[in-house]
Design a protein around this ligand. Structure first.
Ligand code: ZN
Length: 443
């Protein structure tokens, strides 16, 4: 991953790049549905950045920017430069006011020089990068000290709010074993062509811990398979995949690529970006629940139909023999006649039972197909009429839901700011209700 130097952003002729989690057309076409897209280097010309900052604000709306940013370590000469640039942005626009939030509350700063160095750095980055409306969760690295998480809200009304967290010591607590993650959350942690590292297991553990008990129940026995990124398939980050009624989450190395460089959550309690990525895949998982339940029902009915067919065949053969013997008999008694009639009726009943199960199986299979193409979870989500909450979330409703779900779990206030109706729907358990309520077979 390249590093972005904030200084490069406005230095004439200097190049900088961001890793943007937006797939190209080709990558989108190559990737199966439900995958988290690869990082893509988006070169940003310095003069365009300033232009973006100047032009933004027209129709800007609050959103959460999870574009991967890796800042260069904060140096001594940085802050005077950021201060000068920000003061200029204050005089000439677009920056109209700055507030800081800390333990004592939120207050406007009367002079930018009151801000700590990390706040100046992050604010400079957010304001110069634009666009307005963004919430950024940035990690400011230092050469010889733990990095500092900083959140910046660069609002559409040209006001900025900044919050600096305590130094972030990563991987502090003892990471869980795969068995502990399985035990705690009821999932299936698998090694593919790559094994899980301890710090990766800690992210998986954190992601699953953010689910409610009812949500966790939906993912019982779900396999999380750690794999190498597959070259030639767009270097996907992670993917939720379904084979028949069997889903799995494939987790590639890039899931963890942004860890330490950015964070999600709040600066007081930062979480690794991979926690967000894993929850994004589980968001796809919730969308898939209605179709999976119908597919599982169809599979169960299919097994039942097979067993019934075997019974039916055996019975039909037996009765056929009895009927032939009966027909050859010279003078069958009434009792024999009634016995044969009862046997023939039993074959007919078995046939009817079998065909009813086959009809139900086919109906469940059709329902699975239709629910896969139109999940009630997405239908309810789309009806809220909000899109986002991230740049990648604007690519389509499925990704929008997955991003909103992950953001709700990691930073509910950020979702509330970007998508208030969606946040309220999620607080009320809307996705789960849409997922589970709709799987009941029609009467
Ligand atoms: Zn996705």
């Amino acid at each position: 991953m390249k590093t972005v130097s904030a200084r490069d952003i406005s230095a004439p002729g200097g190049g900088s790049s961001l890793t943007q989690r937006a797939p190209s057309e080709g990558e989108r076409a190559a990737a199966p549905p439900g995958c988290y897209p690869p990082g893509e280097e988006v070169p940003i010309a310095p003069h365009l950045l300033l232009l973006t900052a100047a032009l933004s604000g027209l129709g800007a709306a609050p959103y959460y920017d999870n574009t991967t940013v890796e800042l260069e370590p904060l140096t001594e000469e940085g802050p005077p430069f950021y201060l000068e640039q920000l003061e200029r942005a204050t005089r000439r626009g677009p920056l109209e006011g700055v507030s800081i939030r800390d333990a004592a509350g939120t207050r406007a700063v009367s002079a930018l020089s009151e801000l700590p160095a990390e706040a100046l750095y992050a604010l400079y980055f957010a304001v110069m990068l634009g666009p307005e409306g963004a919430e950024w969760d940035l990690v400011v690295p230092r050469r010889e000290a733990p990095p500092t998480p900083v959140s910046v809200w660069w609002e559409p009304d040209h006001q900025a709010l900044v919050q600096v967290g305590p130094p972030w010591v990563r991987g502090g607590s003892a990471p869980p074993s795969a068995a502990a993650v399985e035990e705690r959350h009821g999932v299936d942690v698998r090694d593919g062509d790559r094994g899980w590292s301890q710090i990766e297991l800690a992210s998986l553990d954190q992601a699953l811990a953010l689910l409610s008990d009812d949500e966790r129940a939906l993912f019982r026995a779900l396999p999380f398979t750690r794999r190498q990124a597959r070259s030639g398939r767009g270097g996907r980050v992670a993917a939720y995949e379904v084979d028949g009624a069997a889903p799995q989450v494939e987790v590639f190395g890039d899931t963890f690529a942004a860890d330490g460089g950015d964070f999600v959550g709040t600066p007081e309690a930062p979480k690794e970006v991979s926690v967000f990525v894993l929850l994004h895949e589980l968001g796809h998982g919730i969308v898939a629940v209605p179709a999976l339940r119908a597919a599982a029902e169809a599979e169960g009915l299919d097994r039942e139909a097979e067993a019934l067919y075997a019974d039916y065949e055996r019975l039909a053969r037996e009765v056929q023999g009895q009927v032939s013997r009966y027909n050859r008999a010279a003078s069958p008694t009434l009792a024999e006649h009634e016995a044969i009639a009862a046997q023939v009726a039993a074959v007919k009943a078995a046939e009817e039972h079998l065909s009813a199960v086959v009809v139900a199986r086919d109906a469940a299979a059709r329902r699975a197909l239709s629910l896969a193409s139109q999940s009630p979870v997405l239908t309810a989500f789309i009806a809220l009429g909000e899109e986002g909450p991230t740049p990648y979330g604007r690519t389509d409703p499925e990704e929008s839901f997955a991003e909103a779900f992950a953001l709700y779990k990691t930073d509910p206030d950020a979702l509330k700011r970007a998508m208030p109706r969606t946040a309220a729907w999620m607080t009320g358990g809307g996705p789960l209700r849409a997922a589970v309520g709709s799987t009941l077979a029609p009467p």
